[in-house]
Design a protein around this ligand. Structure first.
Ligand code: MN3
Length: 194
């Protein structure tokens, strides 16, 4: 296996009550695994053999052979995005120095954490169909951006990602049904800005 999904850094019930155990298990065990398998099945005999990480593949997305782009965008993107998603949650750990300084930057740029949260949630609600909403730092400025399907900031050359929230229905439907807004508000409580 060339590109691997991360091991969950906590138990599958550790995100309760914001994210339920059943959702975490199906999302991590089924969906995330499918992205991992999808990209690994595409490696043999292609230029993907030359890369050492999925991040490196995505950062070079524009230069890849056209025949590889669909699988990299969908499965490779899915693998990276979900690795990021599970890792960002603050469970049984202190905030890092980077997270603490990002908190200050958010307050400076958005006025308050509440104003930031409102903007992030409304951006997440604006994604039509499946996709992601991100907080990134780009050229020294924080930006809230969205990507469709499994696309991500790396594909646009943005490496500094602070928050990434999956707004595919599979990420929340078991617990929140069609209430994406409540999911977005609750998921932020698991991140460093809680
Ligand atoms: Mn997902």
């Amino acid at each position: 296996m060339k590109f691997e999904k991360i091991k969950l850094p906590y138990d599958s019930n550790a995100l309760e009550p914001f994210l339920d155990q059943a959702t975490v298990e199906v999302h991590y065990n089924k969906h995330h695994t499918a992205y991992q398998d999808g990209i690994n099945n595409a490696v043999s005999g292609t230029e993907l053999e030359n890369f050492n990480s999925i991040e490196e593949v995505l950062l070079n997305y524009g230069k890849l052979d056209d025949g590889l782009k669909t699988v990299v965008r969908n499965a490779g993107g899915g693998l990276f995005n979900h690795n990021f998603y599970w890792k960002q949650f603050v469970v049984n750990r202190e905030l890092s120095e980077t997270e603490l300084s990002s908190l200050e930057k958010i307050k400076e740029q958005y006025g308050s954490l509440d104003e930031f949260k409102n903007e992030f949630v409304s951006k997440g609600l604006s994604v039509f169909g499946s996709g992601w909403v991100w907080l990134v730092e780009n050229n020294g400025q924080l930006e809230i951006i969205t990507t469709p399907n499994q696309e991500n900031p790396l594909m646009n050359g943005i490496e500094n990602i602070l928050i990434g929230v999956d707004v595919w229905e599979h990420a929340y439907y078991l617990k929140y049904k069609n209430n994406r807004k409540e999911y977005l508000e609750n998921i932020l409580q698991l991140t460093f800005i809680k």
